[in-house]
Design a binder for this molecule. Structure first.
Ligand code: AP5
Length: 212
């Protein structure tokens, strides 16, 4: 399965993609996680990406296409993958289509629908494990012990781009630059839309049904 997850910031792409990846035993490839790792390691890519991400903007297409091509060439991605956060612009979508869209296993695209009003609350109450990337929500899914990851015991923190101002900028980028990507795949007849509002387990069931 070669699956692309599209959805506004905070729509649950990471939450659901992690589950699906373990269900299908294929890698969950999150460009956001890859960039955050580069920032944490202070690599040249991380230094370039950090201020753009914190402000809620998009990292340049040529950098992102290079990163994803390299990742998709690795052996574990040959049996399939779930892309979370890529492609985010039409340029990225066209490059991805050219690289992997023509094999025996066609691309499938899933768009999570969550209204903007729900997004800000989800994101400002999100907490993420600094070590393993596990995702929590202070109301819906808090860690058992305050500030400590259930899975690996590391610190659970708020992401640098989870401020209200950055979320509003990310939403604006989503509407302006990423919704045209959904339209692009809809025109190809490979896009499925799934309601992303409701308990995480219910959303997961809807996703499974739409992929069946
Ligand atoms: P990225 O990390 O991809 O951020 P995003 O798209 O803004 O998505 P999020 O990670 O914020 O949300 P999500 O949809 O994964 O939701 P989650 O499951 O965590 O990218 C970050 C930045 O990197 C970008 O802004 C950009 O600068 C850069 N970047 C990345 N890719 C790029 C690219 N291709 N090109 C250019 N730049 C790029 O859930 C959110 C919260 O809601 C959690 O607290 C969760 O517990 C909770 N939740 C989840 N599901 C539910 C539910 N059903 N009900 C209630 N709460 C829920």
């Amino acid at each position: 399965m070669k699956l692309i997850f599209i959805g506004p910031p905070g729509s649950g792409k990471g939450t659901q993609a992690k589950r699906l990846a373990s269900r299908f035993d294929i890698p969950h490839i999150s460009t956001g996680d890859m960039l955050r790792e580069a920032v944490a390691e202070n690599t040249p890519l991380g230094q370039q990406a950090a201020p753009i991400m914190a402000a809620g903007g998009l990292v340049p297409d040529d950098l992102m296409v290079g990163i994803i091509n390299e990742r998709l060439a690795r052996p574990d991605a040959q049996k399939g993958f779930i892309l979370d956060g890529f492609p985010r612009t039409l340029v990225q979508a066209e490059k991805l289509d050219a690289a992997v869209g023509n094999g025996n296993d066609p691309l499938r695209v899933l768009q999570l629908l969550v209204p903007d009003e729900a997004i800000v609350r989800r994101i400002t109450l999100r907490r993420t494990c600094a070590q393993c990337g596990a995702i929590y929500h202070l109301e819906n899914n808090p860690p058992a012990q305050d500030g400590v990851c259930d899975r690996c015991g590391a610190e659970v923190i708020a992401r640098a781009d989870d401020t209200e101002a950055a979320v509003r900028k990310r939403l604006e980028s989503f509407h302006r630059q990423t919704l045209p990507v959904a339209t692009h795949y809809k025109a190809k007849g490979i896009l499925k839309e799934v309601d992303g509002v409701g308990p995480v387990d219910e959303v997961f069931e809807r996703i499974e049904q739409s992929l069946a």
